[in-house]
Design a protein around this ligand. Structure first.
Ligand code: ADP
Ligand code: ADP
Length: 217
């Protein structure tokens, strides 16, 4: 049976940052639905074309498209012992589909850490976020600056500011989170999986708190 974890939290809470660190330490695949969508956008695939207008507007990509895409990814052999999900599920229908898929394959969700950060802080995090073109590694000009300006420390590719990290789109994304994703908090609390993590601490402090919940195999 594999160990699956779902990182829950609003845009800018630090899900991607923490998932990168944990994935490396635990050698567990980091599955970010946002990164998969952005790869498809860059490669101008059919999926990318379908997702673009929703992403640009700060809306969610429809469930059917998203669920099929993530199921395909979770069906790859590297996920047979588990995965760390970041940005999925984001709606009750996605959460139901994930539970069903894991159950069918004899897996379960070990824990759902909810990274909590108030919205004023999210806005300052997202306005300073720089993302690497190649693999989506994440930096912040103040809180996690790259060694060389606008170059990824890990793969040397160029850093850019995401179109949807603009102020107006960020406000919309936070609203979408409150309306469509926040209901998952009670969904997972009822299943007994939810663990609240204070996301306002520095990056290392949040990692430490997550490692009290996530056990590397
Ligand atoms: P999410 O994946 O939840 O949207 P990210 O991991 O991309 O969030 O983080 C959003 C921004 O905040 C990035 O620029 C990242 O470098 C920065 N960041 C992440 N965690 C922290 C933290 N604990 N303190 C300060 N800045 C952080
Ligand atoms: P963030 O890291 O800031 O939370 P993501 O990179 O996870 O943002 O997502 C960027 C965009 O990709 C979302 O605003 C949405 O349009 C789309 N997206 C990502 N994951 C999902 C999902 N699970 N369901 C629907 N849309 C998604």
């Amino acid at each position: 049976m594999g160990s699956f974890y779902v990182l829950l939290g609003p845009p800018g809470a630090g899900k991607g940052t923490q998932a990168e660190i944990i994935a490396e330490k635990c050698a567990i695949p980091h599955i970010s639905s946002g990164n998969i969508f952005r790869e498809n956008l860059q490669n101008e695939t059919e999926l990318g074309k379908k997702a673009k207008k929703f992403m640009d507007a700060g809306e969610l990509v429809p469930d059917e498209i998203t669920i099929n895409m993530v199921k395909d990814r979770l069906s790859q052999p590297d996920c047979k012992d588990g995965a760390l999900l970041d940005g999925f599920p984001r709606t009750p229908a996605q959460a139901e589909a994930l539970s069903e898929f894991l159950e069918e394959n004899g897996h379960k969700i070990e824990a759902v850490p909810l990274i909590y950060v108030p919205s004023e802080e999210l806005i300052s995090r997202l306005s300073g976020r720089w993302t690497c073109k190649e693999k989506g590694h994440v930096y912040h000009m103040k809180y996690k600056p790259p060694k060389n300006e606008k170059i990824c420390d890990i793969d040397g590719s160029e850093l850019y500011q995401r179109e949807d990290d603009k102020k107006e789109t960020v406000a919309q994304r936070i609203k979408v989170y409150e309306d469509q994703t926040a209901p998952l908090i009670s969904f997972y609390r009822e299943k007994g999986n939810l663990v609240r993590i204070d996301g306002t601490k520095a990056i290392e402090g949040v990692t430490e708190a997550l490692f009290r919940v996530i056990n590397c195999k």
